[in-house]
Ligand binder design. Structure first.
Ligand SMILES: Nc1ncnc2c1ncn2[C@@H]1O[C@H](COP(=O)(O)OP(=O)(O)O)[C@@H](O)[C@H]1O
Ligand SMILES: [Mg+2]
Length: 458
């Protein structure tokens, strides 16, 4: 069978699809990778900003309280007095041994300093440290900015955040500077962890994304791949079908050309043979053109109008009665002429669809058999049933008879001269008219093909 030969042809199209699949996976993974990386970086930066903002607010409010409290007790610029030391117990002067921080922690006006990470510094107007508060003050460099915000790193790589502001004495002279700050080591640790998580997580997530991309690309390419394979099979089958009558005609011509003389009878016989092959070719080309037209007309309306199915069936009857008669068959139409049934469609194509079923019924029913065309309807659909008492179709092949170029058994069908496109055309027309076609058949008892088409209500 041509079908078998062609379906086992090597498939050179697999490579382009594989390449496309790789490419699609690459694009998908690339886009997802960039989106994920941007999300990761964004998340990291937003987290850092939010945490720094929270710390800024804490430091700012504490330094404000300290600034106001000190403003009411500072007397001489750059000098500490007893009231200051009373206000800030645990204050440590550079020249004196500092007390244990914990002893003072609970009584401190600056509640924050009880946490090890916070510190405060008092500096005179020339920037020299007058006193410090909090253990982490020991780890910050001597020289820092004396005004506003600063984030700096000390000699051991620890980051600090610090706010500096000018202090005034009770009589509004400049006293020196207050610096309140804290270590950012806790935040830096968290950020480093987040960084590690993102750096390790990203490749892992990308692996999953690549896998998903590969799978999705395969899934979305499958219909295209199937359509492409169908098209290749169709072209190969069409070429094969076209070659057969052409070769036959050529062989006939060659054999005649080898003769020196031919009689008129032989000439007529030869021309008759060539004519049959040309007719076959013409029919095949017509079928191919019709299929192409139906395939490419999906979204166009074509020559659609309200068509009365009863009239179309009558035309089919008129055309095939003689053929049926010559084949020794009875061809009958069962129509309810009192209730005309209309469907929206292309009249020529509807005619072709029913005609194809009737031709088959005539071809595949032995002499003495019956072919009946019946028209009926339910609420939504009109059915055209073509029933015969012919050779039937084996159950396992019934689903395939609508496939292009498929013939149940080439030998058994040789006499009919078809090419396996009749039912494919009928099905394509039914689908185009939002209908469907089905078959029920029993070998040696007959077949019933039924076309369902949506009825035009008005
Ligand atoms: N009424 C029928 N009875 C038995 N077999 C049929 C009938 N109609 C179609 N078939 C089978 O289905 C195949 C496909 O039909 P079709 O597409 O019309 O192609 P073709 O008639 O050119 O062979 C036929 O080759 C035939 O074997
Ligand atoms: Mg046919």
């Amino acid at each position: 069978m041509v079908w078998d030969i062609v379906s086992t042809l090597p498939m050179p199209q697999r490579n382009p699809f594989n390449r496309t699949r790789w490419r699609l996976t690459g694009y998908y993974a690339g886009v997802m990778g960039i989106i994920l990386a941007l999300c990761g970086v964004g998340y990291y930066q937003i987290t850092e900003q939010m945490r720094l903002q929270a710390l800024t607010q804490k430091i700012e409010s504490s330094s404000g309280i300290l600034h106001d409290s000190l403003g009411s007790v500072l007397l001489q610029p750059g000098r500490l007095n007893a009231s200051v030391e009373g206000l800030l117990p645990g204050l440590c002067k550079p020249t004196v041994t500092c007390p244990e921080p914990d002893r003072f922690a609970r009584r401190h006006v600056l509640g924050l300093v009880k946490q090890d990470v916070y510190y405060a510094q008092l500096k005179n107007l020339s920037g020299q440290t007058v006193a410090t508060l909090g253990p982490s003050a020991n780890y910050i460099p001597d020289k820092t900015v004396l005004d506003g915000w600063q984030i700096f790193t000390n000699s051991s790589g620890e980051r600090f955040m610090q706010y500096s502001l000018l202090l005034e004495t009770v009589d509004h002279k400049n006293w020196g500077y207050l610096q309140v700050g804290r270590s950012l080591s806790e935040l830096d640790q968290e950020l480093a962890e987040a960084q590690r998580f993102l750096l390790w997580g990203w490749p892992l997530v990308m692996l999953v994304v690549c896998g998903a991309g590969w799978w999705l690309a395969g899934l979305s390419l499958r219909p295209v791949q199937n359509a492409y394979q169908d098209m290749q099979r169709f072209t190969a089958n069409a070429a094969h079908e076209l070659r057969t009558p052409l070769s036959a005609a050529k062989a006939t011509v060659d054999s005649v050309l080898e003769l020196d003389n031919i009689s008129e009878g032989e000439a007529r016989k030869t021309l008759g043979t060539i004519n049959r092959q040309v007719n076959r070719l013409t029919q095949l080309v017509q079928d191919l053109l019709l299929l192409t037209l139906i395939d490419t007309q999906h979204n166009r309306k074509g020559n659609r109008k309200a068509c009365q199915l009863g009239l179309i069936i009558n035309d089919v009857m008129d055309e095939f009665l003689a053929l049926a008669h010559n084949a020794g068959l009875s061809l009958v139409a069962e129509l309810d002429t009192t209730h005309p049934l209309f469907v929206q469609g292309d009249e020529e194509q509807l005619y072709q669809m029913i005609a194809n079923l009737v031709i088959n019924a005539i071809h595949y029913t032995p002499r003495g058999g019956d072919v009946v065309i019946r028209l009926d309807r339910d609420k939504k659909y009109a059915f055209v049933e073509v029933r015969d008492t012919g050779i039937g179709i084996p159950a396992e092949q019934q689903a395939q008879v609508f496939t292009r170029f498929y013939r149940v058994n080439r030998d058994r069908n040789r006499k009919t001269g078809g090419s396996g496109l009749g039912l494919a055309i009928a099905q394509a027309i039914a689908l185009k008219h939002r209908g469907k076609i089905s078959v029920q058949s029993h070998p040696n008892r007959g077949s019933t093909f039924c076309i369902y088409l949506p009825v035009l209500l008005s």
